[in-house]
Design a protein around this ligand. Structure first.
Ligand SMILES: Cc1ncc(COP(=O)(O)O)c(C=O)c1O
Length: 351
């Protein structure tokens, strides 16, 4: 059976280099607050002026909103087709998440439906570059600028993704990244970061991660060994991206279904989304394939349908994707021909 993910394909060849750097950390006894080299290198990679290393993507979203002053009574617009952390960060600030529907082709925030959700309480917008595809930052920026609202990009699935040759996270005020181990660029445990060109926001977030807060405060520091692992993995990341692009191209050609990617976008393929036609039963599809290929769904319950949100939004595209999307394995050395064969065989047996 081909597993949905196989982290050993990326991590094992780098293990000796990573262990050597971890030994240096042990020798120096600098286990936290020793992440500057990674911060410089990741800022460089994305083209941002500043990067602040943090403990997770959730912490990155939370501190981005906190540094922007988001508080009780404020509204933050985002999408419901995301991992729940995007909306949770808004809740942590005691603000209200307001959900806008996604565009059916790119699965990202629909800019045409955004302006309707803006009112005087709207204090931030969080587009999510889901699966590695980029939200339409040109249109979203235009609307945000008109209303003077800052954008926090959720880049947790978009390492290496670009829009008009600019990296995810550098098109709005702040970009929040997760380096959870399963991400395209993942650490050896939880880790995250923000990138920004705004010096004062970077300073505030660097302070907030380590209790510099006149309120309760946070420990959102990145462990030094994670920073060292990420430095090694970042050097190798262009190869990972290239491999994923080749696999995505193969799937696009052989699964007879295109994933829409705008011409000015580089997709980083954290997830390869496949939309199963409504006439098929998704549970049956996943079950029948399970002895050949492990498939997942992202995300079967959209955030606005979780009990913590109890919201009665009309988000037809979000609901459609939640009900029909299937994620196909995409990682270096995945047996892509066998994946395609198993999927095509399934349809053939139904004929
Ligand atoms: C879109 C999105 N936002 C936020 C997060 C939260 O990141 P983390 O798990 O590092 O807290 C994730 C990852 O899990 C994610 O996929």
């Amino acid at each position: 059976m081909i597993p949905y993910h196989d982290l050993s394909k990326i991590n094992h060849p780098l293990a000796d280099d990573i262990l050597a750097e971890i030994n240096v950390v042990i020798e120096k006894n600098k286990f936290v607050m020793n992440t500057e080299k990674f911060e410089e290198e990741f800022a460089d990679y994305t083209g941002a002026k500043y990067c602040v290393a943090l403990s997770s993507g959730t912490a990155a979203l939370h501190l981005s909103l906190k540094a922007l002053g988001i508080a009780e009574g404020d509204e933050v617009i985002t999408v419901s087709h995301t991992f729940r952390a995007t909306a949770a960060a808004i809740k942590y600030c005691n603000a209200k998440p307001v959900f806008v529907d996604i565009d059916k082709d790119t699965f990202t925030m629909d800019p045409e439906k955004l302006e309707d959700k803006i009112n005087t309480n709207t204090k931030a917008i969080i587009p999510v570059h889901i699966y590695g595809n980029m939200a339409d930052m040109e249109k979203i920026n235009k609307i945000a600028k008109k209303h003077g609202i800052p954008i926090v990009e959720d880049c947790s699935q978009a390492h290496g993704s670009t829009f008009d040759n600019k990296h995810a996270g550098t098109l709005g005020r702040i970009g929040a990244y997760s380096f959870y181990p399963g991400k395209s660029l993942g650490a050896l445990g939880d880790a995250g970061a923000v990138v920004t060109d705004d010096e004062s926001l970077a300073k505030d977030i660097a302070g907030l991660r380590n209790w510099a807060d006149d309120d309760v405060g946070h420990n959102y520091r990145m462990a030094s060994i994670q920073a060292e692992a990420l430095r090694i993995k970042l050097q190798n990341y262009p190869d990972v991206l290239g491999d994923k692009e080749d696999i995505a191209e193969y799937y696009q050609e052989n699964l007879k279904q295109e994933v829409f990617v705008k011409r000015n976008v580089r997709h980083s393929w954290h997830i390869y989304p496949y939309i199963l036609d409504e006439k098929y039963d998704r549970e049956d599809f996943i079950k029948k394939l399970s002895d050949k290929v492990e498939l997942k769904t992202h995300y079967p319950v959209p955030v606005h349908r979780l009990s913590a949100y109890k919201s009665s939004y009309e988000l037809p595209n979000t609901d459609f994707v939640a009900n029909h999307q299937v994620s196909i394995p995409i990682y270096p050395e995945v047996e892509k021909e066998e994946v395609v064969e198993a999927i095509n065989d399934y349809f053939a047996t139904l004929l």
